[in-house]
Design a protein around this ligand. Sequence first.
Ligand SMILES: NC(=O)c1ccc[n+]([C@@H]2O[C@H](COP(=O)([O-])OP(=O)(O)OC[C@H]3O[C@@H](n4cnc5c(N)ncnc54)[C@H](OP(=O)(O)O)[C@@H]3O)[C@@H](O)[C@H]2O)c1
Length: 259
Amino acid sequence: MNIAIITGASSGLGREYARQLAQDESIEEFWLIARRTERLEALKEELAPRTCRLLALDLTQMDSFPCIEKQLAALKGLEVRWLINAAGFGRIGSCSEIDAATTARLIDLNCRAAVMMTQLTLPFMSAGSHILEICSCAAFQPIPFLTAYAASKAFLLSYSRALGQELAPQHIDVTAVCPYWIKDTEFISEARKTDRQGLFHSLPLATTQSEVAQRSLRAARNHIKVCTPDAMSFLHRILTAILPHNVLIYASEIYRRLS
Ligand SMILES: NC(=O)c1ccc[n+]([C@@H]2O[C@H](COP(=O)([O-])OP(=O)(O)OC[C@H]3O[C@@H](n4cnc5c(N)ncnc54)[C@H](OP(=O)(O)O)[C@@H]3O)[C@@H](O)[C@H]2O)c1
């Protein structure tokens, strides 16, 4: 049985990936992971008659992973054709404003959970399987006041690129998806919970979940290793490849104040 596993499927990009992949008839079952059961139920109804398995799990909790592993091992002949690690969150603010427990949770979800999900699904993948690690263009450089978030995405980008090389002989594709701000998901309002000073007030040229999902699925099918799905992330990638990090940090501060 061919399955697609999507984390963060209860909203935003994860939900949009499920909607767009539902058009692919070769996927026989969708495994949808997030904490909010009612949102997952609603998506299951929307995707009907496609078959969905709902896993209401908190991926910052280590005991969530053996639970997924057991369900994978219980099914004979199972093939994970798509793994999309979209669960993630950010926090805007100074390191002194964001409490240590929240930062630890951010690292657990954005880094550890993505790696755990990747490792535990790999034995069920074969040639032609796809892994999408949802990073961010914040991965391209250090960003003050998005400090831990940008660092967590830099980790995931580095992990994805190296893993892609490791898995190339097995013809398993790894695509790091690095969008700029997306205006129509819950991410920005969640990230702003700690932004008491309105540090990132306007987000010019923010993109949309549907564009990001569509372009990154196309990139994955075309074996692209790093996908910048919008004009701003593409420009950011070029600039960060040319300019030194100390200049970029300074430039990001100017950009934040002017925008
Ligand atoms: N939106 C942007 O501007 C932007 C830009 C670049 C990259 N990204 C990245 O894109 C990815 C998707 O974000 P989004 O924009 O779609 O935001 P979103 O709408 O807030 O979606 C985040 C998803 O993560 C899930 N999640 C959060 N905490 C979780 C936990 N502890 N365990 C399991 N699932 C959890 C949420 O579901 P529950 O709350 O139901 O658990 C939700 O489904 C993230 O990795 C984000 O870093 C976003």
